[in-house]
Design a protein around this ligand. Structure first.
Ligand code: GDP
Ligand code: IMO
Ligand code: MG
Length: 423
């Protein structure tokens, strides 16, 4: 099994790269998060943003797995499947396999998320308000409903019991919501739709596939610095996002992991609150945001932007055990005379080359290096030697610093805008 994860704060281009890599795999298995993700893929010239479906969904030969640590909003899943089925003019039922153990996001959990974000008594994390945190919290409290419960005779009763309890709690807190019966009806309708899908022991399916030499790629959502344990807590998501989490969620032993692809943009972005040492301010920020179209794929929020952060990237490479790098959005920096890169932090007078950002404060000051910029990333896709010399030097600089080869260089959002670098 191979794994692909984000090395920054998300939106590195995972969707585009996994869509392309799917040509070489039999199975794509999403292992964390929920409908908070937004993985963009250009399919026949149209941009599609996947939230829950694995990014191999556009290939007929791919089996798509949703693993046990994913939290599934049945309504979001239904509308996503409807959309993709319309686009591919085919039924997806036979190609989607959902772990029985995956937890469902209840409509009341969305309102918990909204309540926690909007109440002045709680810190605002800047979540996507998809109910992700409350769903994982209720999982830990052992109060959730799982996908495997859907076929049970008393499923409706079970859901109603939990939903009405959460509804009452939220009402006491003053959260406004649509009527309970309406939330229940819509949720049950989407669950009925889910009954048609294959809700199985995905860990058995995957291990049997691996034992017959099928190729599996585990797809991460969010990214390293949003990891609940290792990220910039409390400004994180509520799941484990790093490579080792793929094994837990998918029920595949670490001894079966082969390549670990780590993906980074040529600069940095972040949506939501929390530390961002290399963040830049206007007018440079607006310029980079516009050029890079850095607006949330999911929530449309403007993304915060900044330059590449090597102390953080070195840490992410270490934490994930990255074997291959993927560098995206190099084209967005076209035309810059020099490209700023943070090589170290100055933390109260101490030069720091490798940093966990988990307890970092405002005293983290970037130390900059300015690398020569490049003019154009257009080149013969089959021939990386036609890339501008400065961009090749930028890639070599990263490879030497991180001691990991760059396998893919992405120079645009479209499928064909990808260069495989030979080593
Ligand atoms: P993900 O969450 O990691 O899948 O990334 P998103 O899809 O949320 O955000 C990445 C955005 O950048 C999407 O709009 C992609 O279409 C786009 N994109 C991906 N790779 C490249 C690239 O190399 N260059 C440019 N210009 N856009 C890219
Ligand atoms: P992909 O997979 C970028 C951020 C939110 C917020 C924090 C917590 O597309 O890279 P949550 O809704 O998860 O409780 O929000 O995490 N966040 C993301 N940022 N890309 C994502 O996913 C994200 N998923 C969550 O903005 O700061
Ligand atoms: Mg995204």
């Amino acid at each position: 099994m191979d794994i692909l994860i984000g090395l920054q704060w998300g939106d590195e281009g995972k969707g585009k790269i996994i869509d392309l890599m799917s040509r070489d795999y039999d199975i794509i298995a999403r292992f964390n998060g929920g409908a908070n993700a937004g993985h963009s893929i250009y399919h026949h010239g149209e941009r599609i943003t996947l939230k829950l479906l694995p990014s191999g969904i556009f290939y007929a030969h791919i089996d798509n797995i949703i693993g046990s640590a994913v939290v599934i909003d049945p309504l979001a899943l239904k509308s996503e499947i409807d959309l993709v089925e319309t686009l591919v003019q085919d039924s997806l039922e036979n190609r989607i396999f959902i772990s029985k153990k995956a937890h469902l996001v209840l409509p009341t959990q969305r309102y918990w998320d909204i309540f926690l974000e909007e109440s002045p008594r709680y810190p605002s994390i800047g979540t996507t308000k998809n109910g992700i945190g409350p769903s994982y919290a209720h999982k830990a409290l052992r109060q959730n409903v799982r996908a495997g419960d859907i076929h049970s005779a008393r499923f409706g009763e079970h859901v109603y019991h939990i939903l009405s309890r959460q509804y009452d709690e939220l009402e006491v807190l003053g959260q406004s919501m649509p009527p309970l019966e309406k939330l229940y009806r819509n949720f049950m309708e989407a669950c009925e739709f889910m009954q048609k899908l294959q809700i199985i022991d995905t860990e058995i399916f995957l291990n049997q596939a691996l034992s017959t030499n099928k190729k599996v790629l585990a797809e991460g959502a969010q990214a390293t610095f949003l990891d609940i344990d290792h990220g910039t807590y409390p400004y994180v998501t509520s799941s484990n996002t790093i490579a080792s989490a793929a094994c837990v969620s998918l029920g595949v032993s670490p001894k079966l992991v082969n390549r670990i692809y780590g993906i980074t943009k040529a600069y940095c972005t972040r949506v939501g609150n929390g530390i961002f040492p290399t963040e830049i301010s206007d007018p440079a920020a607006s310029d980079l945001r516009e050029k890079g179209n850095e607006f949330g794929s999911n929530t449309k929020r403007p993304r915060r932007v900044g330059w590449l952060d090597l102390p953080a990237l070195r840490y992410a490479v270490m934490l994930n055990g990255v074997t291959d790098l993927v560098l995206t959005k190099a084209d967005i920096l076209n035309g810059m005379a020099t490209v700023p890169v943070c090589t170290d932090y100055d933390i109260q007078g101490n030069k720091t080359a490798l940093a966990s950002l988990a307890f970092a404060g405002a005293d983290v000051q970037p130390i900059w290096k300015f690398l020569p910029g490049w003019n154009d990333t257009k080149c013969e896709i089959s021939d990386p030697t036609t890339l501008p010399e400065e961009l090749r030097a930028f890639v070599s600089f990263l490879e030497e610093d991180l001691n990991v080869p760059v396998k893919y260089l992405s120079v645009g959002p479209l499928r064909e805008q990808l260069i495989t670098l030979a080593h």
